[in-house]
Write a protein that binds this ligand. Structure first.
Ligand code: UTP
Length: 295
């Protein structure tokens, strides 16, 4: 068995252009879904899998992320005085967690963002969570991936089948099925045209990686969209060691995209007892109007 996965990198250095103008001066990762910023969902998902240290890759206009995970003395005192115990518990729940922040000086790709974390990761395997990929909190994706890492002692990528029309937005794999939901990866390509895609299995925003990826990242140049692509580095790593994919069949929302974000907001609101009953009534009324072409 390899070393335990105790660290996670959360890249948040991207420009978030699909959400402009909202992301002009504030981080996409701080957009709320119901009442929590997207990035907090990723942190809580990783905590539930035993991750102890978080390395957040930030950039220009991303300072709100650091403030969000810092303790908030004045606010906590005020909530204490006014007896708002539940809110106090809610905002201080993550106070004890270790966060490190590294600023990516230019948003030149996910591969580059991950390489920025090298001094903090050192020689340990680590998880990567892209916080704009929201995973249904009732599923065990990251947990399953850590189990697979412990079994194969190899990098593990989360995969999901996507429609042909969307394939050019993802890194796509060619793989050999090992057993139900587990694939040994044969090759990877970033954002292929639908006609060139080796399969319909796309890499989604959860990875378990090993520190040998850093050396490969150092040696690669810009790829698709002139960015340093993690997919290209993984293709390089494949020459040195096996990489496996775990096909996730649960719900995932691409919340970096407007429609994905709205779907995540609705579905997670329906799971939230504070708002679900009122929202259901509204949605039923709305569906009726849509059916009758009144909207
Ligand atoms: P995206 O592909 O969603 O890019 O990045 P983006 O810049 O955030 O958003 P769009 O496409 O312009 O709307 C996936 C993840 O990788 C991070 C992003 O912050 C996001 O979490 N990322 C991307 C970086 O940290 N640095 C980069 O240079 C690029």
């Amino acid at each position: 068995m390899g070393k335990e996965i105790k660290k996670a990198i959360l890249p948040a250095g991207g420009l978030g252009t699909r959400f402009l103008p909202a992301t002009k001066a504030s981080p996409k990762e701080m957009l709320p879904i119901v009442d929590k910023p997207m990035i907090q969902y990723a942190v809580e998902e990783a905590r539930a899998c035993g991750i102890e240290e978080f390395i957040i890759i930030t950039g220009k206009y991303k300072r709100a992320i650091e403030d969000h995970f810092d303790s908030a003395f004045e606010l906590e005192e005020s909530l204490k005085k006014t007896g708002k115990k539940r809110l106090l518990e809610e905002i201080s729940r993550l106070n004890h967690i270790n966060f490190a922040y590294i600023r990516q000086k230019a948003a030149i790709g996910l591969g580059h963002a991950i390489h920025c974390a090298k001094p903090f990761v050192k020689d340990e395997p680590f998880a990567v969570l892209l916080s704009d990929d929201i995973i249904d909190p009732d599923t065990l994706l990251l947990h399953e991936m850590i189990n697979l890492y412990n079994e194969f002692n190899s990098p593990i990528l989360a995969l999901q089948q996507v429609p042909v029309s969307d394939i050019n937005r993802y890194g796509v794999i060619e793989g050999k099925k090992e057993r139900e939901s587990v694939y040994r990866i044969k090759s990877l390509v970033e954002k292929p045209k639908a006609a060139d895609a080796p399969s319909d299995m796309a890499i989604i925003g959860r990875y378990i990686l090993t520190p040998d990826i850093f050396e490969i990242l150092e040696g690669i140049g810009p790829g698709k969209n002139a960015e340093i692509q993690l997919t290209d580095a993984l293709q390089g790593l494949l020459k040195k060691r096996p990489i496996y994919g775990y096909l996730f069949k649960g719900k995932r929302y691409d919340a970096g995209d407007k429609v994905g974000y709205l779907k995540a907001t609705i579905d997670l609101s329906l799971k939230n007892p504070q708002v679900s009953e009122q929202l259901k009534i509204y949605l039923i009324e709305l569906a009726e109007k849509i059916k009758n072409n009144e909207l």
